[in-house]
Design a protein around this ligand. Structure first.
Ligand code: ZN
Ligand code: ZN
Ligand code: FE
Length: 756
């Protein structure tokens, strides 16, 4: 007879862990108890030595799929001779710093019950259990217990209460547990917000959508605007109402089979689609894809998700494919408060399907694609945040404020980082407000009082301004160093690597706009060993939205006064007064210098006549990539001189060939040329430094063609990518936090416990 105390650390609360331990202990006939505490789960068990060993092994082997067990450690205790196994109640304050689970997609069991006419939750849109349902989005405060959630106002009926209290039940301590009798419910409103029917008829609502109506649907993390993806007129109407010209919509398919009819789906992609995170997965359309052209015009990819909330299962039939786009006017945050939503979305939707469970934290759909059989995250939000990211070692507590667009922030505590759900574009006032609220919320949830605030060096970023108002040790982190550090932090790498940060623009140490950077860096410091040549961005900010601007400057630079003779689409597309732009640029008026790699892709798109104005961020680059997809590229000339990578010879070659070589060929050539140039610089740097590890990050590496080409060319290196946070600015906050933790170690704080 032996007794063991077992410590389980990870996401092990609110995910059915104690009932799992309870069942496991009973299987092995062990006595003892289990409790949630501030470190996770603590188990004490008594029984034969070999059973204890097997029991401890099973904890990590058989843990509930949605939990994330980080470690299981056992130590021997004195035998007490107790009988039976019990689940002890958690002590209030003790649960303060436990991890909080992200919202989880509906599980198989709940899905069956939902469809089972005999089940008491048949057709109940808020069905959930310890294996699924809302978590993060409904939590007001910790400990994660019903009174601290937006379920507090719903008192469980006796049947629900019985399930909640029974350790053998799938709903034991499922905080959002509810049924038709006691839980939240949906209501259908017309466009003016007047209630239409007391009882919801799911078939009827589906019929409305099928007939071309636009539905505003309140879901888990906010409102979606919904329409039938196969109805061209409905999709067009949605585009007009949302003021969204070209940016592709994501769709929800009623089943995996429906998704397969539209797109190619690999095993890794299927795994993501059906995961408890339930993200939007970017897939390749099939020839036979029969959705409305307006969903993702001219784009060979399609963002697809499967039903993840019970209401989706009730609305969509297996064969349905619907557009689900966030309920907002372009670029504003997704609506999630009821008062706001009906007001804001009136004029956008024909009907409103609303419910009376408050969403405490808005959370957008996550967006992921698969690269080399592994997830490559473009937006980390619902189902993923705020799961902890384990850092290599302990360090000071940091609040990292993130960037400006695609903002996230990050809080660290000991050896764990919590990256927030996607916040969005901070230049937007409503977004800025929700940013400040969310920071306060995370600090309470995870009980973090940061010592240090990390921020981007750009003085105009609102996140940096926010940081400057805080009474903490302030550490500014260079934008591209943060991108590279985000990769290092994820992979727990401390040594120096060659970092390739190909990006839009970020503030450089010299006050210029960087964005095509080669760094030798670890998490603490970096050296800029090479970069793309500085080129003017006529019009500054506007150049990102209007690719013709830099392209025009390049033409003049390459061909002097004669450039006007060029027979190019670009020359025809120039707006009135373009000469003034060149004059201003020559004088340096509103024309910052930038080494941005992102802008080069834009300029090439304009030079090749593919796109002159962006209707959404990165559109020109996306279209350039798509245009070159089918062709086998050639390496065109480029220059590397004293750490400066110059693509002007490439542009010249392209313009010279434009009359006789297809645009698709030149688009492919440009990708191959950039990849070859990256390879050349990396090999040079590696020769000088002996470093064989390369980290790739920055928004340009959302270009899968380039990513693929570069990784292939560097196959004799160890190439590290972002896998847990996005390579775009959504991942910046993690990198900032990693840098500030390293630099912050040398700061001496007042108390001994704060010396790192
Ligand atoms: Zn469930
Ligand atoms: Zn009930
Ligand atoms: Fe960036």
């Amino acid at each position: 007879m032996k007794r063991a105390g077992i410590r389980v650390v990870g996401i092990v609360q609110g995910v059915g862990f104690r009932p799992f331990i309870y069942r496991l202990a009973n299987e092995y006939g062990l006595s003892g108890w289990v409790i949630n505490d501030e470190q996770g789960v603590w188990v004490e068990v008594e029984g034969p030595a070999e059973s204890l060993t097997a029991f401890a092994e099973d904890i990590s082997q058989k843990a509930p799929a949605i939990s994330q067990v980080e470690s299981v450690q056992a130590k021997e205790l004195e035998v007490q001779g107790e009988t039976g196994f019990s689940i002890l109640p958690s002590v209030g304050a003790a649960v303060k710093s436990a991890y909080i689970s992200p919202d989880l997609a509906i599980c198989e069991d709940c899905r069956h019950e939902l469809q089972d006419t005999e089940d008491r939750r048949h057709n109940y849109a808020f069905i959930n259990c310890t294996n699924c349902g809302p978590r993060y989005s409904i939590i007001r405060d910790v400990p994660y217990d019903r009174p601290m959630t937006t379920m507090a106002s719903f008192k469980m009926c006796p049947s629900c209460q019985k399930e909640y209290e029974n350790p053998a039940d799938r709903r034991f301590h499922a905080q959002p547990n509810a049924c038709e009798d006691c839980g939240p419910s949906y209501r259908l409103l017309d466009e003016k917000g007047c209630e239409l029917a007391a009882k919801i008829d799911w078939e009827k609502i589906r019929a409305l959508v099928k007939s071309g109506k636009i539905l505003a649907l309140k879901g888990i993390g906010g409102y979606h605007l919904v329409c039938d993806a196969k109805n061209e007129a409905a999709v067009e109407k949605l585009r007009q109402r949302k003021f969204r010209e070209d940016k592709p919509f994501a769709v929800m398919c009623g089943s995996l089979t429906a998704a397969r009819n539209l797109c190619q789906i690999s095993a890794a992609e299927e795994k993501l689609l059906t995961s408890s995170a339930g993200p939007i997965v970017l897939l390749e359309k099939k020839e036979s894809c029969d959705i409305a052209a307006a969903v993702a015009q001219g784009n060979p990819n399609l963002g697809v998700m499967l039903p993840y909330a019970p209401v989706h299962c009730l609305l969509l039939k297996a064969q349905d494919t619907w557009v689900l786009t966030s309920g907002n006017i372009s670029e504003e945050p997704i609506s999630y408060k009821d008062e706001g939503a009906v007001l804001k979305l009136s004029g956008l939707a024909d009907y409103f399907l609303v419910h009376n469970r408050e969403i405490h934290c808005r959370v957008d759909d996550s967006v992921v694609r698969v690269f080399k059989e592994e997830p490559y995250i473009l937006r980390r939000s619902r189902g993923m945040a705020p799961a902890p990211i384990r850092l290599g070692s302990s360090g000071p507590s940091v609040l990292a404020c993130g960037g400006e667009a695609k903002n996230t922030f990050c809080l660290t505590k000991e050896s764990v980082a919590f990256v927030s759900a996607h916040i969005g574009d901070l230049s937007n006032l409503p977004t800025l407000v929700s940013y400040q609220e969310a920071i306060g919320h995370y600090q309470r949830l995870f009980d973090i009082k940061p010592d240090i605030v990390a921020y981007d060096l750009h003085p105009e970023y609102l996140s940096s301004k926010y940081a400057s108002g805080l009474d903490l040790v302030r550490i500014g982190v260079q934008h591209h160093h943060a991108h590279i550090a985000s990769v290092l932090a994820e992979h727990g790498i401390c040594e120096k690597v060659i970092g390739v940060a190909f990006d839009g623009t970020g503030y450089g140490d010299d006050g210029l706009l960087w964005g095509g950077e080669f760094l030798v860096a670890d998490c603490k410091e970096y050296e800029r060993v090479a970069h793309c040549r500085y080129l003017p961005l006529p019009g500054g900010e506007k150049a990102a939205k209007e690719p013709w601007r830099q392209a025009l400057w390049l033409l003049q630079d390459l061909y002097g006064a004669d450039f006007g003779q060029k027979q190019m689409k670009l020359m025809e597309a120039l707006p009135k007064g373009w000469e003034l732009l060149l004059q201003a640029a020559a004088k340096g008026i509103n024309t910052p210098l930038s080494s941005s790699a992102g802008r080069l892709f834009d300029s090439v798109a304009a030079l090749l006549g593919i796109r002159f104005y962006n209707n959404y961020e990165g559109q020109a680059a996306v279209e350039l990539e798509l245009r070159g997809k089918a062709a086998l590229g050639r390496v065109l000339p480029f220059d590397i001189r004293s750490g400066e990578l110059d693509f002007r010879p490439t542009f010249m070659a392209m313009v010279d060939q434009l009359a006789r070589v297809p645009v698709s060929q030149l688009a492919a050539d440009f990708h191959v040329t950039v990849a070859a140039a990256i390879e050349a610089v990396v090999r040079d740097v590696s020769k000088m430094t002996g470093i064989k590890k390369v980290a790739l990050s920055g928004g340009v590496f959302q270009n899968m063609t380039l990513l693929e080409l570069v990784s292939r060319r560097l196959s004799d290196f160890s190439v590290l990518l972002n896998r847990r946070v996005p390579p775009n600015d959504g991942g910046l906050s993690l990198g900032q936090a990693a840098v500030a933790r390293e630099r912050g170690r040398s700061y001496v704080f007042g108390s001994a416990s704060k010396n790192y």
